[in-house]
Ligand binder design. Sequence first.
Ligand code: PHE
Length: 677
Amino acid sequence: MPQLQEERRESWGTRSGFILAAVGSAVGLGNLWGFPYKLYDNGGAAFLIPYVVAMFVVGIPVMILEFSLGHFTQRAAPDAFGRAHKRLEFVGWWGIILGFVIVTFYPAILAYCFSFLWYSIKGILNGGQLPWAGQGIEGVKRAEEFFYQTYLHKHEGLLQWNIILPLILSWLTMYFCIFRGVKLVGKIVWLTVPLPWLMLAVLTVNGLMLKGSIDGLTYYLIPDWSELLKPTTWQAAFGQAFFSLSLAFGVMVTYASFLHRKSDLNNNAVIIGLADFATSFVAGLAIFATLGGMSYITRQAGNPVGVEDVIAGGPGLAFVAFPYALAQLPAAAWWSVIFFFTLLTLGIDSAFSITESVLASVVDKTGWKRSIVLPVMSLIGFGFGLIFVTRNGLNWLGVIADNIYGTWGIGFVGMLECIVLGWFWRIDFLRRHANNRSDWRINRLWDFLIRIIIPVILGTLFIWGLYSDLTGKGGFLRDESGKLDVMNCTGFVVMMAAPILAISVSIIKSSKRTDVLMHGRGGTIKGRKQGFISLVFALIAVGMIVFLLVNAAGGRQYRIVLWASLLFAVAAVGLGNITLGKYNRQLTEASWFGRWGGMVGTLGISGFTATWLIYYTTVHAELTKQQRIHELMLVVLVFIASGLIWCTYKAILKPEEPFEPQLPEEIGDEGRADSGD
Ligand code: PHE
């Protein structure tokens, strides 16, 4: 029986080294700056609903998946996926390439932080005078001007030399953090994780003690429920959750690959998820309480500035609104130092985590020396980063970052990850691997989450997003007047280049791979007939969905097609699932028809949900009340019926599952027999 060979691989010094590094990667600019703004912009406290779903139903299970994949294969993402199946390597590369895109612009933001930190320190030395300080609405204009004109457009020419220097500084810092390997990283994060937390706590307490902070918090937390009906709210929540947890970029796979063989996986994932969530939420309190305090102070001074006057998307919050707000407080320069230092220490470990995962991927694939790949890679990253310190750099940054969150970005890669591992690999096997070394155990529900539920959720968002990109007002690639939008087109090309590049790289033969088969492949293949039927059903479902979408989500006359597509898709998934459950055993292997059937069927269900939502938000809005009630009743009936069918299946048709013995390869992996779950 094929086994996973134990390999010598460098490892984190201690358990806390790993947890802190993973927390350091997760907790970054996305928390202090992305989350509060996204929450404010997408319905206040109402946003917490999709966000909590995204974190706990999708995020943490996917993190467990990435941890167990990385830990099991002891490989960075591409090779880890490649070991799952040789054709899957590209999934890993896709994420890594998107990660690389992030690591071109993330250091540019850190560069802003370096500069602003420098200005604040100079401010302290100058007796508290900050260059952007000013009062009232005039002061806000001044802060805006300082960031957008004085700082970003200091030089006439294309390159902004004043930002290049701090950009070099960011890359050098990152370089020196990781050049010695993860042992050193495990030590550095003892500084870069607790320190920003401490300072965040100081900022929060200070913010909450300011007069007027409550008014600021109402902006943050008053729920606007209607936002929940918009696809953009949900997309924002899921994109933010993936970005914030550093998922789908191969970072967590890579970090887990350096873990000691006996480390706990499930527990760590939960700890990291909770820590990330808490940091985001608290960061929001700090930001909005302080803005509330600012608003109060300006009112007292007779120059009122409201929270809504300063809060703006993107860098505006961190480099205009907040610096302005802090400038209103006593000891302003000190607070600015604390704030920018917090941002910097929050961001630096996120940035180097990506560099590390790209680095480990290249090293694992080629066998080249780390000490050579890292400087070359840093130079390339820095080179691309120069785009973001040109005159139009900030706009490019916005476009590229938007695309990372967009239709073809992280959400899509996350879906791909779950769906291919769920259907093409023995997900139960990874679950056992995780459970064998974890305090608390995940059960079968996790398999279903990874295989069906998460892909359906993310797939729905993808199809919904794609549909509105293609049909939305002016479309995505063209502006209102029908002219091509150059920036969006470029962003789109970058996004599309990622999979093409990923596939090309994965085709190149790795010099290092020792082909280890991992899950008892090679047994007799069974279940072809069921599998084939499943695939046919799935294709029918997808065909129907495509037909509906081409016909503008199908008017009422096509209702029956829509529901039929659901039926076919569910049947395909069910059949595929049964085939896998029945035949993926020690000596037999489920037919690939069934795997494909299940996978395509899962996409079919997403297609159904997306089409239904599109229909619901467009066509349906024009129906009469009575027609709508009929629709609703139909939906409820379908739910009840499927529930009944499920119960019957569980209660009568499905025989007791025999206890499944431990797989031999799992025992081999440990060198000792653990009890199964
Ligand atoms: N999670 C980091 C943040 O919230 C960003 C990041 C994304 C880091 C992807 C690694 C990979 O800022």
